[in-house]
Write a protein that binds this ligand. Structure first.
Ligand SMILES: C[S@@+](CC[C@H](N)C(=O)[O-])C[C@H]1O[C@@H](n2cnc3c(N)ncnc32)[C@H](O)[C@@H]1O
Length: 301
């Protein structure tokens, strides 16, 4: 595993700058991965600073950092408040998130995240969970499958795809990515095969890892754990994720508008700092994974 680079951090300087680090502050990196962002935070902390990191993937634990200021927690960030409390922390000065899948997860064929390899259907970030891509494809009812493809993949052919999968699995289970590809072949136009496949994979992956539920639960806890002037610095990689982050920063809600008082004002828990930040063409050239990254920074209102 260590022979290949685990993950090349995206928007490294911009994301950590966004935290406005105080040397003796307490920070959290909720998506540790290869630890690129965590190492940069540690560089900017003094000897009394503290960094807690979360990653639900067992592989990420191998990248842990030997530093007395650092604690790595092998849990889902949807439980951020609970596990920080367990470590005696109620308030923090900043939270960094670099959502989604690491290059390592994409590069290890048997994890099943990449359209590049033939592998068993898996896509679990937490290898100890029961729900895998196999389960979604072979056990979900047709309506559930359609919703997954429609909501998380924004695939117009979602109803037809779901119906084809259900018809096929009556004779045999769909076990590998190649089998899934061959069942859905007619929806993969030769010139756009990779794009549509990426949408299909994204939809399944979001469902397997319950990414939207986890993101909402996590975001909802952030205002409560943030100190005055504390910072949030979040990188999203797809529109569903970015929309939730943007709306939560703007309104403190995921949908609709907040209620206004008689003067037309409304209270929100956060306020944005600066505008949307995206990688430069130079960064995208050396790190293709950066191409869809969107960084948003916020502080306590
Ligand atoms: C894009 S990578 C982060 C890379 C990291 N910033 C670096 O510089 O190496 C995302 C990581 O977050 C983890 N992750 C994603 N969703 C998570 C969740 N809900 N709870 C905990 N870890 C999560 C993944 O397992 C993956 O290792």
């Amino acid at each position: 595993m260590k022979t290949m680079e685990y993950h090349n951090p995206v928007l490294l300087k911009e994301t950590v700058d966004g935290l406005n680090i105080k040397p003796d502050g307490v920070y959290v990196d909720v998506t540790f991965g290869g630890g690129g962002h965590s190492k940069e935070i540690l560089k900017r902390l003094g000897e009394n600073g503290k960094l807690f990191a979360f990653d639900q993937d067992l592989d990420a634990l191998e990248n842990t950092i030997d530093d007395t200021r650092f604690t790595l927690i092998n849990e889902n960030f949807r439980f951020i408040k609970r596990f920080l409390r367990f470590h005696g922390v109620k308030k923090v000065d900043g939270v960094l998130a670099d959502f989604g899948v690491s290059s390592h997860q994409f590069d290890v064929a048997e994890r099943g995240f990449s359209t590049r390899f033939e592998a068993d259907l898996d896509m679990r970030m937490n290898q100890e969970k029961a729900l895998s891509a196999f389960h979604v494809i072979n056990e979900y009812e047709e309506g559930q499958l359609k919703d997954v493809f429609l909501q998380y993949g924004e695939l117009r052919a979602a109803p037809a795809m779901a119906s084809l999968i259900v018809a096929h699995r009556e004779s045999e289970s769909i076990v590998t990515s190649e089998q899934l590809k061959s069942v859905l072949r007619k929806f993969l136009p030769p010139r756009h095969e990779n794009k549509v496949l990426a949408q299909i994979y994204q939809a399944i992956r979001i469902e397997v890892n319950q990414e939207i539920e986890a993101l909402k639960e996590f975001l909802s806890q952030t205002p409560e754990i943030l100190n005055e002037n504390g910072r949030l610095s979040f990188i999203s990689y797809h529109s569903l994720e970015d929309r939730l982050v943007k709306r939560f920063i703007r309104n403190g809600l995921f949908e609709g508008e907040p209620e206004r008082d008689m003067f037309g004002n409304f209270e929100v828990p956060l306020k944005k700092v600066g505008g949307l930040i995206v990688p430069t063409a130079a960064e995208i050239k050396i790190n293709n994974r950066a191409r869809s990254a969107k960084l948003r920074i916020a502080t306590k209102a």
